[in-house]
Write a protein that binds this ligand. Structure first.
Ligand SMILES: Nc1nc2c(c(=O)[nH]1)N[C@H]1C(S)=C(S)[C@@H](COP(=O)(O)OP(=O)(O)OC[C@H]3O[C@@H](n4cnc5c(=O)[nH]c(N)nc54)[C@H](O)[C@@H]3O)O[C@H]1N2
Ligand SMILES: Nc1nc2c(c(=O)[nH]1)N[C@H]1C(S)=C(S)[C@@H](COP(=O)(O)OP(=O)(O)OC[C@H]3O[C@@H](n4cnc5c(=O)[nH]c(N)nc54)[C@H](O)[C@@H]3O)O[C@H]1N2
Ligand code: SF4
Ligand SMILES: [Mo]
Length: 839
């Protein structure tokens, strides 16, 4: 049966309910919410004075009323040990979302830990250790003593390079500046760990080395710019599903023409029209559909390029714009490298492309419309049209304002460095960085919250950590807020080896009594030195990689502790604690501190005072302590920012970096580079030489030649990431019991596959399963599979090929498909209707 909540009555929020500032902890957009809580034996009334809305609720409310909330926004949780009602509803006064929720954020309350209403009962409540052949609860001191003893012994014997770390580096999904500072100070301050990877890629590197090297940081505009642009150029992103309320609250008004007044007011000296959009994506996404409905087909240009050929497209557009004389010559002359400047880079894997002046780049990247049409599969006319929409001057000669944006179709796409550089070339050539209605930006994934000690010792290219683990390197692995079993590349091989190595240690642990710590540590260390791996997982729920670990530590997440983060326009807010964490769970920053405390103690016992001293400075008791030690002292402008000041700034916060504090307000920076000074040594931005070399990552050309189907992959609106909160939750699991794979109905009938059938997706790297979703707009031979799903991991078929800087190329994957079984019972009731809508 389709999922129903069966709720027909909810308590009214009383006027005196406690109200806390909340930022949705899921995606980059960072929508503002409020959490209301009040005692479980009370409720508000319909009189305006008796409810939090100040509204007479005995009257029928209008369609756009704020005086409501939905069943998904309600729960009963613990606060200071007592049951309270809790409502988490969007804030109409937050400039990010303007009161909108999404299918993810609108469910924050029902996705909270509640013993009264039995939600999120899977949450980890106690530290767990491998004891008598299974995971068993224990105290923090016991678990951390074991972690510290084994870790200290291994780094003493084999050096810090034998400690491997996988750690999220974002500020979303419960992370925050407190998470990255705590883990950062432990691994980069107290230690100098080199074999560390990030949650979404197998190394410690940047997703956007090229644009940073060229002088432009990737989050440089304001969400408002999407309302002000003449044209939005979006590459490899599906913002309706993945940056939902940014799209709905800022892009759609421009596409509908309802932000025209704002344009005229802010930019009075030029003509304005409703916004246009160019979408570069091999498949027709629901974003393309929504743009056509909202803007009219004439204002939408979808370029369905051959996967992995974006760079050629950008080079052809650059060539056309330069040849037409549509560049912003003033900007180029004043703010970018002078003609004849010596190139930077292009001479090693660490610096993969030469960064040069404008003319040199235009000549090096010269690509005709016809050449580009051949490689990209997009017609020469459409490429010329894209160039016009980007840069052809407006009536009266005013420069066109274009916002360039991209996400994982580019970042996890072919030849990350040069493609990223080739896109920024367009923005720089047309003077669209640091100006209203412009920007060249990542749309983003999680919220951000990065503040850590210097990581220069990691080096560039950074170590390919997953490969080293497969090859048998490393003795201890600390994992923080990621589940690489579901989300890494070459996942099948990774899991095969990882299980063998961790099982070896578990078997050794089974041979001694748990209470004999000395014998236990010796058994573990011997097994490690025989190729085993001791693994510690810090997470909020049981994970797939956690099943292999010998220690699992329970983290508290957003709302259960105070946390700070920033969104895709660098808007920083404090999410205030509104409920208790489950059981003994603690914030990640505090867990990092307690690990450091135990390391210090154990090392002192081992007689190494000098090393023990490196673990001083972790006496934090609260998240605020972590924040003051980390962000406040180390971030640019951090001196202006405290918890109290952030609390007072509410859900609108301020845009980083802070530049002052006046009249009780933190002063922020709505846009970067407005002064034309870029992040290079001489302050001049650089252009990128982007030579096309085909599919760059090892093994990709061969895979493409050998297998008939592109296994494009990514996200869907309902599912947050690897569905870690959804595995025991009906709403998402009812809709997607298995990961969907969108296929052309013609391909399906050739293979004898019906809607909902389970299919095997396979190639030389591995195999996985998915559920066939007939998609009439899918090109033949091109599929799209939901990534990272518990019941079918797409990463099993992604090969281990990466670029020079160890950036994975998840998106360009080819494989074959065969039917496994007819649609099982859990699938039979599903709808396979088109995901598109019409007005
Ligand atoms: N609903 C939801 N929203 C999310 C997330 C989620 O799990 N669920 N996750 C968040 C995170 S962490 C991230 S990183 C972002 C990701 O946000 P997005 O990047 O928008 O999402 P994806 O679906 O990974 O990929 C986007 C598009 O890239 C296209 N693509 C594939 N190959 C190519 C190519 O060669 N060229 C081009 N131009 N496009 C290509 C795919 O067809 C897909 O439509 O989403 C964030 N928001
Ligand atoms: N094939 C393919 N693979 C991909 C991608 C793709 O597009 N295609 N995209 C990549 C991208 S962009 C991303 S972001 C990754 C995602 O990869 P991961 O980061 O590994 O996946 P998540 O589901 O986000 O899992 C994060 C883990 O963090 C835990 N967690 C949540 N909140 C907290 C907290 O407050 N504290 C702690 N300690 N843990 C917490 C969750 O329970 C979960 O187990 O996948 C990458 N892999
Ligand atoms: S758009 Fe993103 S931040 Fe906003 S409510 Fe949805 S998941 Fe949360
Ligand atoms: Mo991501």
């Amino acid at each position: 049966m389709a999922y129903k909540r069966n709720t027909d009555r909810l308590p009214i929020i009383p006027a005196n309910a406690t109200r806390k500032n909340v930022v949705c902890h899921y995606c980059i957009v960072g929508c503002g919410y409020h959490a209301y809580t009040w005692p479980v034996n009370e409720q508000g009334g319909t009189d305006a004075s008796d409810n939090a809305f100040g509204t007479d609720l005995s009257q029928q409310q209008g369609a756009e009323t704020e005086a409501w909330y939905s069943p998904s926004m309600y729960n009963i949780v613990k606060q200071d040990g007592r049951d309270v009602h809790m409502v988490i509803k969007p804030d109409v006064n937050c400039s990010v979302n303007g009161g909108l929720a999404s299918i993810r954020g609108g469910r924050m309350a029902e996705m909270s830990y509640s013993t009264a209403r039995q939600t999120q009962q899977q949450r980890l409540t106690d530290p767990l250790v491998w004891r008598y052949g299974q995971m068993q609860p224990t105290s923090w001191d016991d678990a951390l003593d074991l972690v510290a003893r084994v870790t200290a012994e291994i780094v003493k014997q084999r050096g810090e390079d034998a400690l491997f770390v996988s750690a999220a580096d974002h500020g979303g999904a419960g992370g925050g500046y407190e998470f990255t500072w705590g883990t950062g100070k432990l691994y980069f301050g107290a230690m100098k760990v080199k074999n560390i990877r990030i949650h979404n890629r197998p190394a410690y590197n940047s997703e956007v080395h090229a644009t940073r090297d060229m002088g432009v940081g990737e989050l440089n505009n304001a969400y408002e710019d999407a309302q002000l642009a003449d044209t939005i150029f979006v590459v490899g992103a599906n913002p309706l599903e993945t940056q939902t309320n940014y799209f709905l609250n800022h892009w759609v008004p421009n596409l509908r023409g309802t932000s025209l007044g704002k344009k005229q007011e802010m930019m009075p000296d030029e003509p304005h029209a409703r916004g246009r959009i160019v979408i570069v994506d091999p498949r027709r996404t629901v974003t393309v559909n929504a743009c056509e409905v909202e803007a009219g087909k004439d204002n939408v240009l979808h370029l369905p390029i051959n996967a992995g050929t974006d760079m050629v497209l950008f080079n052809a557009i650059l060539t056309h714009i330069a040849d037409q004389g549509w560049v912003d010559q003033d900007f180029i002359d004043n703010y970018t490298a002078a003609p004849g400047s010596d190139p930077i880079g292009g001479d090693s894997d660490a610096k993969p492309a030469a960064l040069v002046d404008f003319q040199t780049a235009v000549e090096a990247n010269r690509t005709s419309l016809d050449e580009a049409a051949k490689i990209t599969g997009v017609s020469a006319d459409d490429i010329a049209k894209a160039a016009e929409w980007i840069a052809q001057p407006k009536d009266g000669g005013a420069r066109r304002r274009t916002m360039f944006s991209y996400e994982k179709g580019l970042i996890w796409g072919n030849d990350n460095y040069r493609t990223n550089g080739a896109l920024l070339n367009l923005a720089l050539a047309t003077g669209n960085v640091g100006r209203l209605g412009g920007g060249c930006v990542r749309l983003g994934g999680h919220q951000e919250g990065y503040v850590r000690p210097n990581e220069a010792h990691v080096g560039r290219p950074a170590a390919y950590v997953d490969k080293l683990l497969i090859e048998g390197s490393g003795g201890v692995h600390h994992i923080w807020g990621c589940d690489n079993y579901k989300t890494t590349l070459n996942a099948m091989e990774f899991k095969r080896v990882y299980k063998q190595r961790t099982d070896k240690v578990k078997d050794a642990m089974n041979s001694v009594p748990y209470g004999d710590r000395e014998a236990m540590v010796k058994a573990i260390v011997d097994a490690i030195n025989d190729g085993g791996l001791f693994a510690v997982d810090v997470d909020i729920v049981p994970t797939r990689i956690g099943e292999a670990c010998q220690v699992v530590l329970p983290a508290a997440t957003s709302g259960e502790i105070n946390l700070t983060s920033m969104n895709g326009e660098r808007r920083m807010r404090l999410t205030e604690k509104y409920m208790d964490p489950p059981g003994q769970a603690m914030g990640d920053g505090i867990i990092a501190a307690r690990i450091a405390n135990h390391m210090e103690r154990v090392l002192r016992e081992m007689g190494d005072d000098a090393y023990a001293d490196q673990f001083k400075g972790f006496d934090w008791q609260t998240e605020e302590d972590v924040f003051m030690d980390g962000y406040h002292q180390n971030a640019a402008g951090g001196e202006f920012v405290t918890y109290d000041r952030l609390r007072a700034m509410g859900t609108n916060g301020f845009q980083e970096p802070a530049v002052g504090y006046e009249d009780g307000k933190i002063i922020g920076s709505p846009r970067l580079y407005t002064d034309g000074k870029f992040g290079t040594e001489d302050g001049k931005a650089r252009f990128c030489v982007a030579e096309w070399t085909g599919l760059q990552a090892p093994g990709k050309e061969e895979q493409k030649a050998k297998f008939p189907f592109l296994i494009n992959n990514g996200r869907a609106n309902q599912v947050w990431q690897s569905a870690y909160l959804d595995v025991d939750n009906e709403l998402v699991m009812d809709r997607w019991p298995y990961p969907f794979i969108e296929m052309s109905p013609d391909d399906m009938s050739d293979l004898g596959i019906n809607e909902g059938d389970l299919v095997e997706v396979f190639n030389d790297s591995g195999s996985t399963q998915a559920m066939a979703y007939p998609t009439p707009t899918a090109k033949r031979g091109e599929t799209f599979m939901l990534f990272g799903y518990p019941t079918g991991v797409q990463g099993n078929v992604v090969n281990d090929g990466v670029n020079e800087l160890i950036i994975p190329n998840y998106k360009q994957t080819w494989g074959d498909i065969r039917k496994i079984a007819d649609a099982p019972q859990s699938v039979k009731h599903l709808s396979f209707k088109s995901k598109e809508y019409a007005l």
